[in-house]
Each structure stands twice: as C-alpha cells, then as structure tokens.
Design a protein. Structure first.
Length: 277
C-alpha cells in the first residue's frame, strides 16, 4: 500500500473517532435527567436508651425520629405523652420503634383486670378474699380505697352453771364467747371483683361479673394473718372503709361481752329465785 493510501486510512480513523465523540456529546446534552425518587417519612417514637422489662418509662428515654412511611408498623406511637409514665412489658432496645403493645398503663390494668403483677409495688403482695355486701360496706369499696380489717373470733368457753352435781361439785357447760378486734389498718384495695374477665361479645355487652372478691395489697406477714382468718371457721372478717385522705394509725381495745357491759354500764339480769323445796 502506498504512502498516500495509508494516510487516507489514518485520516478516516481520526474522523470516525471525532464523529463518535460529537454524537455522544449531543446525546448527553439532549437526554433528560433521571427524576429523583421522593421518600415519604413520618415521625415515630424510638427508645433513646435501653428500657428494661417492667420498667416505668421516663421522659428522657424516648424521642421522635423521621422514619420511611412504608416501613412504619401500624401500631407505632408518635406522641411522647402516650408513652411516658407507662410500663414496658418487654425489653426495648436503644433505637427501636416503640409499639403500643410493648406497654401497659397501670390505670388500665385495674380497669381491665389484667397484668395484675405490674400493679403491685415492691414489698407487697396481692391477696384476695371473698366478700359479700354485708362484709364490704354494702358494696361501697372500690379499687384505690383503703380499708381496716375487723376480725371476730368465736371461742369455746367453759362456764359454771351454779347447779350442784351428785358428787357435790358444780356443773360446767361450754358456751361460745366472741372477741372482736381491729386486726389490720389502712390496707389498700387493688381491685374489686375477679381478674382477667373476658371482654363483652360483639352481639351485646355482657352482664358485669359479680363483685365477690376483694384483692388487697399487704406485706407477706399480714397476708398470712388474713389467710388464717379466712380459712378458720371460727373467724369472721369484715372491712371498714376509710375516708379518702385518712391514713391515721389508731389504737383500739378488743371488744368482748365484758367490755360492752363495763363501757355501757349494763346490768345483766339475775336468775329468778326458785320456788319450792
């Protein structure tokens, strides 16, 4: 190939490269920019620190954060007022979205009759006793009230009759004698009625369950006292309702027949005289 031929081929190659470059530049300038994808977000509550199970949630433990709307759970919370002061029923990790079913409200615990253990303060136990209207101030006692526990004990007492026996002694009979005592004071009522009552059906509201149980908050020793009184048939237990702000400790005396006679200056009747030989 001649020198002239090689030169023409080289010039043709250079021209092709320049043409391709110009074409690419024109296409690039004329192409529309790719549209930006808008990510919609919404605020959610997250834990700013680890929250332990059964811990009350302080205000500094939660905060809000924008989260992709498509990935926000349906029961996610977004208002700190819905969280602060409530109790976690599961551990919540730092940075985790706080969901409504992770928390309980202690007031709703009493209303709904569930999660009773979360409403019991440290150092106390919940103890239930059966009640009826006559022993519960005619049904006036409500959750959050304070009561005094009154106990009447029936004793079997031997009593001389004054009747002589053939052996020259004196007949003795066994009679019942009562003693009434203020046993426990200023006891908090946790709930009136049964716990974990099923909710009303969709067909209509269910009849309210009978209020035949009283759940009290006691220390362990007082719980034992009340259990003994509940189980022993010689004990009768009543509850006296205190005023809403009355937590005064009082001192009382046991009440017996002798106490009644002495306090009210009662003269017991004397047996009528016998007639005849």
């Amino acid at each position: 190939m001649s020198r002239r031929g090689r030169l023409l081929i080289f010039l043709g190659f250079i021209l092709a490269i320049m043409t391709a470059g110009v074409t690419y530049s024109i296409l690039k300038q004329g192409a529309a920019p790719a549209p930006e994808v808008e990510i919609r977000t919404k605020p959610v509550l997250i834990a700013l620190q680890p929250i332990e199970e059964r811990a009350d949630i302080p205000v500094e433990a939660v905060g809000t954060k924008e989260w992709p709307e498509d990935s926000v759970p349906a029961n996610a919370l977004d208002n700190p007022a819905d969280v602060v002061g409530k109790t976690a029923i599961v551990p919540i990790m730092k940075g985790q979205i706080i969901l409504s079913d992770m928390l309980i409200d202690k007031e709703r615990v009493l209303e709904e009759g569930s999660f009773a253990a979360f409403a019991i303060p440290e150092g106390k136990v919940a103890f239930a006793v059966p009640i009826d209207n006559i022993h519960s101030v005619a049904g006036a006692i409500q959750a959050g009230d304070f009561v005094d526990v009154l106990v009447t004990i029936t004793f079997q007492v031997q009593k001389r009759t004054g009747v002589k026996t053939e052996e020259g002694g004196e007949e003795i009979e066994t009679v019942q004698a009562l003693t009434t005592q203020l046993a426990l004071q200023d006891v908090e009522v946790l709930r009136v009625g049964a716990w974990n009552v099923p909710p009303p059906t969709e067909e209509g509201e269910a009849a309210p369950p009978p209020q035949d149980f009283l759940t009290l908050l006691l220390n362990q020793q007082d719980a034992l006292v009340l259990k003994y009184a509940r189980d022993d048939p010689n004990f009768t237990v009543d509850f006296a309702l205190r005023g809403v702000n009355d937590h005064t400790a009082v001192s009382t005396e046991s009440v017996t027949l002798q106490y009644i006679l002495a306090r009210f200056n009662v003269t017991p009747p004397t047996p009528p005289p016998t007639i005849g030989p």
